[in-house]
Write a protein that binds this ligand. Structure first.
Ligand code: ADP
Ligand code: MG
Length: 808
């Protein structure tokens, strides 16, 4: 893209000459002032000219430059979304994450001063869209479903695909899809003047846009790229001298020290998952006695009371450059948080004295998530412990320091071995730069990286791999086939998946009877595609009506396709309080220990109770939870049973939705009624349900190694169920070099608690997971662990193999 030779004056919209139609907007004064400072606002005229002259435009601007909040408003002011304008359809804005869709709709509503009437959001089961809606924020999944219903997207005059650089599967599919929708609308508009062309705006926070702009199958003419030069404050990057592997511990040390030493300003800490965030939050709260009364347990980390030396603080050369990678320099360390000397418990010398710690991750209830936008209590320092949710989509006010562990937890999928994993791995250089950028929103900032510049240079990729290349894609393939695209290979993917993963997806879809041997979608496949479920779960649903099982199957499938309901043991039970080594074992500490033991007993009892119908099947345990929750759908019940309220609420909504879809799409189920509360299933039903689960996972069967035709040599008899080796029957799990052939039960499964002798002959698993070697407790050769779904008998498997999906 060409650079504008002249600096651009800040130009509010009102004197745009070519505007044929405009909507007057009254913004609150302080919002108007703030938005005039945003780089994107300076480009309004250019952006809107490009939109007028092209149906497809790409907007690039650094995170925080104003893309998400401002571009929809430009369109709105130019008449998009207004019923009496020449472009009456809604402005749709997609987000890869729900939390962003909700919070951005709220922010834009506030900016327009109309409290959400013209700006609305729609996420999977929740939305505020009404007659007056002009700007609709939604998750990309929501828009994908809408394209499937109306390929011309007639409700919309413009679509903005935001955060396209993240390259989520849905975003990639949407970009491909919409490239065709834009063409279709152009054709429709030439034939019928009542139809207007659709404007498509792709927004990205990094320059990795060539996959879109230079992809000839996607767009035959490269779209114009509008650039909003970031007026980001400089961020000084501090690399660690050495790379710390226990980054959670490192975060604790650095936060403790940073809180004492750094001048006022919020700290945003990037970690990889909820688990780490809860652990660290607890540890900080204990160490800094947050929320404990004076008589509560007094915990000290270190007995040292050495006075802290003060250091000079130099913020470097503000305004010099906004390319913070220029600051990569190991010697440039203003406030060194990187030495080993460490103590806490003192009052801050330079910064505020109290910590205001907030977690931020996607499974956190929305109400809790939105707390990060509120100013912290007076005299306290905001400390946000976040996953990469905070990397690009949310702008949290007041952040001046970013602490970056340099890792993220990502779903990986090994196409050769078929092993899926949620691995903690290095982020890309682009992500590291996004994270650092979060510190430069309100003024010059600092980013402390927990890794050395050598590791960064050697091990970090330039950009993250598109998600589509890291996941099984049978769901995508089925959806595309259901939209009449039989040759998925011809779909204009921004980055096409390789032929091998397309082939294995088609193979799985054949097993599930969704497509014929020649790759044509079957009637079953068409029906399966109606449900917002992965093909495996849709298959279970469609075989699940015998033996009066249907309401249970619905509940089970809803449960299986939602996020994890169960709170893990290490999250449910508080961390052991760190104790001063030379302190006397005090009464307070003992109470603490007793309290932990009590929680542990309670936790174990609850888990056992959930297994009362069956102690070998995760699926039946899940069904039990869903069933019990329906009788007492409260947050209190969930808390006392160590399950997630947010997830269970969603499962219940999904049950309703599936029931409705079955009722309206399948004649045989026209009379189906939604049953929230169900009696416990009979033993016969439990047996049938297990077999139905197997029908969706027929390629995920493991046999106990000692029962297999060629039992491997066993050196020691396993004493725990989780040490009992299994072998996968299907050749999906191919062994890589240096890896064990056997797979093992995951410790979170009820099966993990039975005796090794009781371990079932066959197990159906949902996926195999291998712990990342970089985790805090590295196993030498990490074992592949089965996320078990259920035990199953040889007889049931034989029945399935013969094509009889159910027992007689
Ligand atoms: P981009 O999409 O380019 O990353 P945004 O449009 O999200 O940028 O944000 C632009 C600016 O709007 C931010 O820098 C911030 O100052 C402000 N902003 C966004 N959301 C909020 C919010 N919820 N509260 C306060 N300010 C916000
Ligand atoms: Mg944005």
């Amino acid at each position: 893209p060409e650079q504008d030779p002249l600096p651009i004056e800040l130009q509010p919209t009102s004197n745009m000459s070519r505007k044929a139609f405009s909507v007057a907007v009254q913004r609150p004064e302080e919002i108007q002032d703030a938005r005039l400072k945003l780089p994107v606002v300076a480009e309004e005229q250019k952006i809107m000219e490009a939109v007028h002259n092209n149906n497809l435009v790409v907007v690039y601007g650094a995170t925080g430059s104003g893309k998400t909040t401002q571009v929809p408003q430009f369109l709105y002011e130019a008449g998009y979304g207004s019923p009496d304008s020449p472009t009456p359809g809604m402005i749709g804005v997609t987000q890869p994450r729900r939390v962003a869709a909700v919070s951005m709709a709220k922010r834009v509503g506030d900016e327009l001063g109309d409290h959400g009437k013209r700006v609305a959001y729609q996420i999977r089961f929740e939305g505020t869209v009404g007659d007056q809606t002009a700007i609709k924020f939604m998750t990309d999944g929501v828009l994908l479903r809408e394209v499937a219903q109306d390929i011309a997207l007639r409700k919309y005059s413009a679509i903005i695909i935001d955060e396209a650089h993240e390259r989520s599967v849905n975003t990639d599919i949407l970009v491909g899809m919409l490239s065709r929708v834009v063409k279709l609308r152009e054709e429709m508009a030439t034939e019928n003047s009542a139809v207007k062309p659709l404007k498509l705006i792709i927004m990205s926070a990094t320059l990795r846009i060539t996959d879109f702009t230079e992809n000839k199958t996607l767009f035959s003419n490269p779209p114009p790229v509008l650039q909003a030069e970031g007026r980001q404050f400089p961020v000084t990057i501090h690399f660690a001298r050495k790379t710390h592997h226990d980054y959670v511990e490192e975060a604790f040390r650095k936060i403790s020290k940073g809180h004492r030493k750094l001048p006022p300003g919020g700290i945003l800490v990037f970690l990889t998952g909820q688990n780490e965030i809860t652990q660290l939050s607890k540890k900080l709260k204990e160490a800094f006695r947050i929320g404990q009364s004076a008589t509560g347990p007094q915990v000290r980390i270190s007995g040292k009371d050495a006075p802290m030396e003060t250091e000079d603080i130099d913020f470097g050369d503000a305004g010099d450059s906004n390319d913070h990678d220029d600051f990569v320099d190991e010697d440039e360390v203003e406030i060194d948080l990187d030495d080993d000397e460490f103590d806490v418990g003192e009052e801050a010398e330079t910064g505020p004295s109290k910590m205001h710690i907030l977690p931020l991750y996607s499974l956190l209830p929305t109400r809790e998530q939105l707390k990060v936008f509120e100013p912290p209590p007076d005299g306290s320092r905001l400390i946000i412990l976040a996953t990469n949710v905070a990397e690009t989509s949310l702008t949290i006010p007041g952040i001046r320091y970013v602490f970056d562990c340099g890792r993220s937890k990502e779903r990986k999928y090994d196409r050769v071995t078929g092993v899926q994993s949620f691995e903690v791995g290095w982020i890309s250089k682009a992500s590291a730069s996004q994270r650092a950028g979060r510190a430069g929103r309100t003024g010059p900032g600092h980013c402390y990286r927990f890794y050395s510049s050598a590791v960064y240079e050697r091990d970090f990729e330039e950009f993250a791999e598109p998600e589509l290349l890291r996941m099984p894609i049978e769901g995508v393939v089925l959806q595309l086939k259901a939209m009449n695209l039989q040759h998925v290979i011809n779909f204009p993917f921004p980055t096409p998946p390789d032929r091998q993963s397309l082939a294995s997806s088609e193979k799985l879809l054949t097993y599930l009877s969704a497509i014929s041997a020649s790759g044509q979608i079957t009637q079953t496949g068409v029906t399966m595609s109606i449900f917002p479920l992965s093909p495996r779960f849709a298959r279970i649903l469609l075989v699940g009506h015998l033996h009066d099982c249907l309401p249970y199957t619905i509940a089970l499938v809803a449960g299986l396709s939602a996020a994890d309901v169960f709170i893990a043991e290490n999250q449910a039970i508080p961390a052991q309080a760190p104790r001063d080594e030379d302190a006397i074992f005090s009464q307070a500490d003992r109470i603490e220990e007793d309290a932990r033991a009590k929680i542990r007993r309670q936790f174990n009892k609850v888990q056992k109770d959930f297994c009362f119908l069956d102690d070998k099947s995760d699926a039946i345990k899940l069904l039990q939870v869903v069933g019990e929750y329906a009788h007492e759908p409260t947050e209190t019940w969930c808390q006392s049973h160590y399950v997630r309220f947010k997830v269970l609420k969603e499962i219940s909504q999904l049950r309703k939705q599936i029931t409705e879809l079955l009722r309206t799409n399948i004649t045989a189920f026209a009379g189906l009624k939604y049953q929230e509360k169900l009696p416990p299933p009979t033993a016969k039903q439990v047996k049938a349900l297990k077999q139905m689960v197997a029908a969706g996972f027929i390629d995920h069967v493991a046999i106990r190694a000692d029962m297999s035709p060629n039992p491997p040599e066993v050196r020691r008899k396993p004493t725990r169920a989780i040490d009992v080796p299994y072998l996968t029957l299907f050749p999906s799990h191919v062994k890589r070099d240096n890896e064990e052939k056997a797979v093992y039960i995951h410790p979170s499964s009820p099966l993990a608690h039975i005796s090794p002798q009781e371990c079932p002959e066959y197990i159906i698993y949902s996926y195999l997971q291998r712990a990342a070697p970089s985790a805090a407790t590295p196993e030498k050769i990490p074992k592949a662990r089965m996320h078990a779904l259920t035990d199953i008998t040889g007889g049931q498997l034989a029945a399935l193999a013969k094509g009889t999906p159910l027992l007689h």
